[in-house]
Design a protein around this ligand. Structure first.
Ligand code: BG6
Length: 493
């Protein structure tokens, strides 16, 4: 594979420590980076190369899939990590950076390829891009790719502005917008399960599917991120990106080829087909927002959201979001997609449940059995697998029907060695595969959808904000959303 210099902005931050250093090391261990690469850590804080390499080592030991570095030539890996303090508003610093990159480019024969990874707040993306250009860092014949973290803007308007800035410097094909859920093994697997199996695709429509349920629940609160989260809330933090992305993977049409643009075209069509909301009243009926109050989880008392650090004590920010969403196209007409996400819920899990319509159950009615619907469950996180619930005769009974489970636990088989989402995404970006990154039009449509909800909430004030005890499944209205349609949330595993 061709080489690259990875320029990591935000190298002293949490993401670099928890995810990026370990991911780069795992890729190196598995030969996915080859030998022609170097990493430059950039942040404001002064740090020597030695200190930086020590940070990298500690991060791998604490968070890596490969915690021991003993089996590799650690020196050869570590010497590729260089650090340079940088004020990202000062183009002179970028000129110095250029000298360093060129030196490493020559030393490790990286062919002028550069991967700029911006683990920074989005309001800095614009100035970094301009300074990369003005500092001469894009004047090579290799590739120049920009990898950026969410959130991509705060609403459609700010996202458009941000995009316009980036596009002055980078082409769309070179912008890799990360949604780390798209790097998760089981999210990628949705497409394979759907399109590679004869027994799902014929049933994958409104004739056979009763509803789809997407749950992304977390036990954690806002932790140290109160400052960011209080301005964002669950709608912008989780729904605009991870949840809508998973929804598109479930709802998209089969692409004509497995090419990045063909897949992304199909995803955009889903986002375009999302039913809008007619009024604030319509939002109130179909969307639930909640905030956790005091509560407890596994016997441990937990504070309410408003008492968390850096959170406004009168905050109306939602920590729970649920909605009934419709994809108004031929395949999905009339099928509700229920989505929910929240902090301080009873379990950490991400699951997608496809509930099938019942077969005509008149045969079994005489026996007073109630027929449970068939379920197909994608377990995304932390357990990975697929689970299929069907009905069968209880062995030895006089025709008693019982639900039985066909359970494929992928994480049980592959165990801890499933590559982390970030490994896959950095690897994909380094080889120019943008399939699992969000294209601008996807981001724009997602914001358009989310903005309608946010605008309605502004109109409604906080009158529909419901409080739920930390450690519970959110406001009661989230249950009613389904009950009113004759459904229920299936318990998560
Ligand atoms: C991030 C959100 O994008 O995803 C966080 O900003 C959230 O608030 C996290 O905790 C969840 O990711 P995962 O991979 O732990 O489910």
């Amino acid at each position: 594979m061709s080489g690259t210099v990875i320029l990591l902005f935000g190298a002293t931050g949490d993401l670099a420590k928890r995810k990026l250093f370990p991911a780069i090391y795992s890729m190196y261990r598995e030969g996915k980076l080859g030998e022609n690469f170097a990493v430059i850590g950039l942040a404001r804080r002064p740090r020597t190369n030695e200190q930086f390499r020590q940070d990298v080592l500690e991060s791998i030991q604490e968070f890596g899939r490969y915690k021991s570095v003993g089996d590799t030539d650690w020196t050869s890996f570590a010497e590729r990590f260089n650090y340079m303090p940088l004020d990202i508003n000062d183009v002179n610093g970028f000129r110095q950076l250029r000298v360093l990159v060129e030196e490493l480019d020559g030393k490790y024969e990286t062919g002028g390829n550069r991967l700029f990874y911006l683990a920074l707040a989005p309001d800095l993306f614009g100035s970094v891009s301009f300074n990369l250009r003005d500092g001469g860092l894009l004047d090579t014949k290799g590739y120049h790719r920009l990898v950026i973290e969410k959130p991509f803007g705060y609403d459609l308007e700010s996202a458009e502005k941000l995009n316009a800035q980036l596009r002055q410097v980078f082409e769309e094909k070179d912008i890799y917008r990360i949604d780390h859920y798209l790097g998760k093994e089981m999210v990628q697997n949705i497409e394979f399960v759907r399109f590679a199996n004869a027994f799902f695709e014929p049933l994958w429509n409104n004739k056979f599917i009763a509803n789809v349920q997407i749950t992304l629940s977390e036990t954690v609160g806002v932790e140290e991120r109160g400052g960011y989260y209080d301005k964002s809330g669950a709608l912008r933090d989780m729904a605009q990106n991870h949840m809508l992305q998973m929804l598109t993977m479930i709802a998209m049409e089969p692409p004509s080829r497995l090419h990045p643009e063909d897949i992304r075209d199909e995803k955009v069509k889903v986002l375009r087909s999302l039913r809008g909301f007619a009024s604030a009243e319509d939002v109130r009926e179909n969307v639930v927002r909640g905030q956790y109050g005091e509560g407890e989880l596994k016997g441990k008392p937990l504070p309410g959201y408003r008492s968390e650090p850096n959170v406004n004590p009168a905050s109306a920010t939602e920590t729970f979001f649920a909605a009934r969403v419709f994809v108004d196209n031929f395949r999905w007409a009339g099928v509700p997609f229920y989505v929910r996400t929240g902090k301080r819920l009873p379990v950490k899990t991400t699951e997608i449940v496809i509930e099938f319509k019942n077969v005509p159950d008149n045969v079994y009615l005489s026996r007073k059995h109630s027929l449970e619907p068939n379920l197909l469950v994608f377990r995304i996180n932390p357990m990975e697998g697929i689970y299929f619930k069907m009905n069968a005769k209880q062995p030895g009974s006089e025709g008693v029907l019982v639900p039985v489970a066909l359970d494929f636990c992928q994480s049980c088989v592959v165990g801890i060695n499933t590559p982390e989402a970030y490994e896959r995404l950095i690897h994909d970006a380094s080889r120019g595969d943008s399939t699992y990154f969000t294209r601008w039009d996807e981001v724009a449509h997602a914001w358009q959808f989310v903005d309608q909800i946010a605008d309605a909430w502004t109109k409604l004030g906080s009158e529909d904000l419901a409080f739920y005890p930390a450690g519970s499944w959110g406001p009661k209205r989230a249950q009613e959303l389904l009950e009113n349609d004759g459904f229920k949330w299936w318990p998560v595993n």
